[in-house]
Design a protein. Structure first.
Length: 329
């Protein structure tokens, strides 16, 4: 019994040391890398920027005082669950009518980024027909997981004329809901899962490393997880825009640490001559105009350099405005 007691005490001591190590690392990393710890943003509404909702529809309708471009632009954020409000506001200031929409996470939507229905866009199409005087063309702008969503809308024939994807994907991937053992898809179509590259096919060591960084509050790079999942993905998980008749504009950075958007941009551009890809050296998953103003840690999670991201931001915004002006003239 004494020997058993000593063994139990040793296990308890080791467990306490382990917990203290995690607590210490979390405290250090949260102090050293505060990026990502910000509060949820509040979105302004006015008589020209109104909140809208429907059966699944949720977001904001921007109606400029003087509309200078025909049609409508629809914006989606990424896995953070935003409607890309700042992008929409900037385009609204330029005279575009814009819908800034959530595709998951709002009160009337899927709570997490898993099993998100593509057919929600049918309601968007109906809303545009009923509430926008000149309803075409429709350009969808998505970032990261929102770019994956936008590309799938185009692939599956929804009412999209043009697609702009920041940090695109060339595969659909596993959903980001880890509350069960099920390997859930990010998206579904009429109730059927969209085939996807599964995180379960990534090396367990890669997953453990990402999990450890998450537990210890260290900024996590998920690129290797996505690369390994894509390498073993079935062919039908690949996003196919070869039959899309609209325009596609892609922006990516070679330094992307979230997922291989630069690889995706090159792969998608090979499918269709209407796909235009711009890939920037030293830019990451998100292009920041002033990275110096951000809390430390963005470099490890998103990638790129301050100069590379600034140059990519400025160039991509210029190209975006030129293409949108052409499509919506």
């Amino acid at each position: 019994m004494k020997a058993l007691g000593k063994i139990l005490l040793a296990f308890v001591a080791l467990f306490l040391v382990f917990v203290l190590v995690i607590v210490g690392l979390r405290a250090y990393n949260q102090h050293t890398y505060p990026f990502g710890a910000g509060e949820e943003e509040a979105y302004e509404t006015t008589d020209r920027i109104t909140a809208i909702s429907g059966e699944y529809l949720n977001g904001f309708h921007f109606r400029p005082h003087e509309k200078t471009h025909r049609g409508v632009v629809v914006t989606y954020g990424g896995s953070e669950g935003s409607p890309a409000y700042d992008t929409a506001r900037s385009l609204y200031d330029d005279g575009y009518e814009v819908l800034a929409l959530y595709f998951f996470g709002a009160d009337n939507q899927k709570p997490t980024l898993a099993n998100v229905p593509l057919e929600q866009f049918d309601e968007v199409t109906s809303y545009i027909a009923d509430n926008v005087a000149d309803a075409t063309p429709v350009t969808v702008i998505g970032a990261s997981k929102g770019a994956e969503f936008a590309a799938l809308l185009a692939q599956h024939g929804f009412g999209v004329d043009n697609v702009v994807a920041f940090a695109p994907a060339h595969y659909s991937y596993s959903g980001l809901d880890f509350s069960s053992r099920d390997d859930q898809p990010s998206f579904t179509l009429r109730g059927a899962p969209i085939p996807h590259a599964s995180f379960r096919d990534a090396d367990p060591a890669t997953g453990f490393r990402a999990m450890w960084e998450g537990i210890t509050a260290h900024p996590v790079s998920y690129r290797k997880t996505y690369e390994e999942a894509a390498a073993k993905a079935p062919d039908d998980a690949r996003i196919d825009l070869s039959g899309f008749n609209g325009n596609v504009l892609l922006f990516a950075g070679t330094g992307d640490r979230m997922w291989p958007s630069d690889v995706a941009a090159r792969a998608l551009a090979e499918q269709n001559p209407r796909i235009e890809a711009h890939i920037y050296p030293d830019a990451g998953h998100v292009f920041f105009e002033d990275a110096a103003a951000l809390p430390n840690g963005w470099q490890l999670a998103l990638g790129g350099t301050a100069d590379g991201n600034r140059d990519a931001y400025q160039d991509s915004q210029e190209i975006l405005r030129e293409r949108l002006a052409s499509w919506h003239r």
